[in-house]
Design a protein around this ligand. Structure first.
Ligand code: BG6
Length: 483
């Protein structure tokens, strides 16, 4: 049976500047927090916080290092010089859309200049022009894990209110320059991730937080991001007629391990926490239960009347999210645990997992879609989904049935959710072309339909090759249906 998707369904893929572009120090680009990320082949996410707890001492050393040897995100897959070839491959697969991000430090190298860097602006204009020629609609993330390092060093990133103005200046420059090319915008990638990796998400270095006030300052930084997001949503609507702005969260759907009420309660807490971020951006106010929980922990976010007004008046038009896996929760301290996307949770005995331990749960995607739509009643877009796997090249071919299976099963659940009434208008798989992993900086953790000849140490010709899944996804898009 062929299962059709709605007409004009936006099929495509998603990438982030710091994981693909490379060219970390050319054409005036400034250092970003992503340029400090080292190769961590052994990160198993069991103790994710330890791995991302970057110190000021390390940053001082890394910023003086002018090589990309230990810093794979500095080289990416050289999309900066290969973008035409890569976009042509996406077009060959029939992409209707491509989600990509703009590296803030290409446009404002330190984040504090009053005028943007023309060469940086030009690069993205060239990319958008090419996308227009190929009929690929851009969805642009303004902040995807790469704020200028200077803002991190000077202000401890988003902890300072000053950064709101810098972000607004950057976003305004983007809206003005790209208004003829880009209609869909996302403000912050996985805004909820600030607690899991504060440096990557918000330029926050833990040893610069005030002792005893760490949590308070991180929540304050998050508040600044919420406010900045609302301000730029307003500006985007004003500058670009008919523009659509979305929030973007990590959908970490959690099930109780057992029907024991204590497990159900612990699960409820987890899920409410996961909804907190989109609640603020969709409803325009902080959920009462979260505020009460923060109060009980002695956390008081400073919010002005004016900020509360902007949050209320400039909510998002749609909700976008990443979905890779689901988690389970239990109050039993001895329950088996497993890593997921920057988290560690309780293992679900019914689910298989990837080599990195992320539990594969297509049904969880349908559950997430139904829950999100029921809660918000706004259009949804899945802007990241996929599985990291080690691919093998045999006689110039890459057979990846595991990837096809993963996508096929997730698409079936998307189709079911749409059939049941969910307004899902698009889907971009994560890393349609192999790229550098966000958490481990590995190249060998591959997500793509397109293979890139480069290993973890940066050796390789950078040649692009079509995997079996390339032809499979092309078929899905062509038919706008799954078998
Ligand atoms: C998402 C991020 O959380 O997960 C991406 O937005 C990231 O940037 C993706 O690449 C997959 O994670 P990883 O660690 O496998 O690259």
């Amino acid at each position: 049976m062929s299962r059709k998707f709605p007409d004009n369904f936006m099929w495509g893929g998603a990438i982030a500047a710091n994981q693909v572009e490379g060219a970390w120090n050319v054409d005036g680009k400034g250092l970003s927090v992503a340029d400090m990320a080292t190769y961590k082949p052994n990160v198993d996410n069991q103790d994710y916080a330890k791995h991302v707890n970057i110190t000021s001492e390390f940053i001082d050393k890394a910023r003086k290092d002018t090589s990309d040897k230990d810093y794979p995100k500095r080289r990416g897959i050289d999309f900066y010089h290969h973008y035409k070839e890569d976009l042509a491959l996406f077009a060959e697969m029939g992409f209707k859309t491509l989600r990509l991000s703009i590296a803030w430090s290409r446009i404002f190298p330190t984040g504090e200049e009053s005028e943007p860097n023309e060469l940086g602006l030009q690069f993205y204009e060239n990319v958008f022009k090419e996308m227009k020629r190929l009929n690929i609609e851009p969805i642009v993330t303004l902040s995807h894990y790469e704020m200028p390092l200077t803002l991190s060093n000077k202000y401890n990133g988003w902890v300072s209110r000053t950064v709101i103005d810098d972000f607004v200046r950057f976003s305004t420059a983007c809206f003005n320059r790209y208004k003829d090319y880009v209609k869909y915008w996302l403000t912050f990638n996985e805004i909820d991730s600030i607690h899991r990796h504060p440096f990557t998400t918000a330029g926050i270095v833990n040893d610069k937080l005030t002792p005893g006030k760490e949590k308070q300052e991180i929540y304050q930084a998050l508040h600044h991001q919420f406010v900045a997001s609302a301000i730029v949503t307003k500006l985007c609507h004003e500058i670009i007629q008919g523009s659509q702005v979305g929030c973007m969260i990590t959908k970490l759907t959690t099930y109780p391990l057992t029907p024991k009420p204590e497990d159900v309660e612990a699960t409820l807490k987890k899920n409410l926490e996961n909804y907190f971020y989109s609640d603020v951006q969709v409803f325009g106010e902080y959920p009462k239960l979260i505020l009460s929980q923060l109060e009980r922990q002695g956390i008081h976010i400073q919010m002005t009347e004016e900020e509360l007004k902007v949050l209320k008046e400039h909510t998002v038009d749609f909700i976008s999210f990443s979905y890779y896996m689901s988690m389970t929760e239990s109050v039993d301290p001895d329950a088996d645990r497993t890593p997921g996307n920057t988290i560690v949770g309780v293992k679900n005995p019914y689910l298989p997992a990837t080599e990195w331990g992320w539990q594969i749960d297509p049904k969880g995607l349908k559950i997430s879609l139904i829950e999100l739509y029921d809660r918000y009643k706004k259009p949804l877009m899945i802007v990241e989904n996929g599985m990291g796997a080690k691919d093998v090249v045999e006689d110039g071919q890459i057979h990846d049935p595991y990837r096809i299976k993963y996508f096929q099963e997730h698409f079936e659940q998307m189709w079911e959710a749409i059939e049941e009434g969910v307004d899902l208008f698009g889907y971009t798989s994560w890393g349609p072309i192999d790229l550098v992993s966000a958490s481990t900086s590995q190249m060998s953790k591959r997500y793509g339909f397109i293979y890139v000849d480069q290993d973890d140490e940066g050796n390789g010709s950078l040649e692009r090759m079509r995997k079996d899944s390339f032809y499979w996804y092309k078929g899905v898009i062509e038919n706008n249906a799954i078998d």
